[in-house]
Design a protein. Structure first.
Length: 126
């Protein structure tokens, strides 16, 4: 039986286009954007996944809840990069390479009043 861990990030994460535009504007702006996002999501992960340290390989399931359909799906799910890096920085995952993350899925829905990202980590063959 697979063990699961879930958490919810409030709001939207930056798209690939936002990061590219930041990097084009100034070479430090892209790094600053990533740092700012990590600063916002790391506390949410720590609060919801208290003392969780996963050493088994995981499959990560993302539910992207957007306020509208303006952003392309590939731009929306680009935010997984921020999430997976934050999972490593918090120590929830040892790393986010092939040995630790066996795959991921994405689902997209619209909720105008409550945009968010729901992330579910499934240990083993999830």
């Amino acid at each position: 039986m697979s063990k699961t861990h879930s958490f919810t990030l409030i709001g939207q994460l930056p798209s690939a286009n936002q990061l590219i535009n930041a990097e084009r504007h100034n070479r430090y702006r892209g790094a600053r954007l990533k740092s700012d996002i990590q600063y916002e999501i790391i506390p949410q992960i720590r609060q919801q996944l208290r003392n969780v340290k996963i050493r088994a390989p995981v499959t990560i399931h993302y539910l992207w809840v957007e306020p509208n359909k303006r952003r392309d799906l590939d731009n929306v799910c680009f935010g997984q990069k921020f999430v997976q890096d934050a999972l490593v920085l918090t120590g929830v995952l040892k790393d986010d390479g092939w040995a630790q993350v066996t795959g991921f899925t994405h689902e997209f829905v619209v909720d105008k009043k409550n945009p968010r990202v729901v992330v579910t980590l499934v240990e083993g063959n999830g």
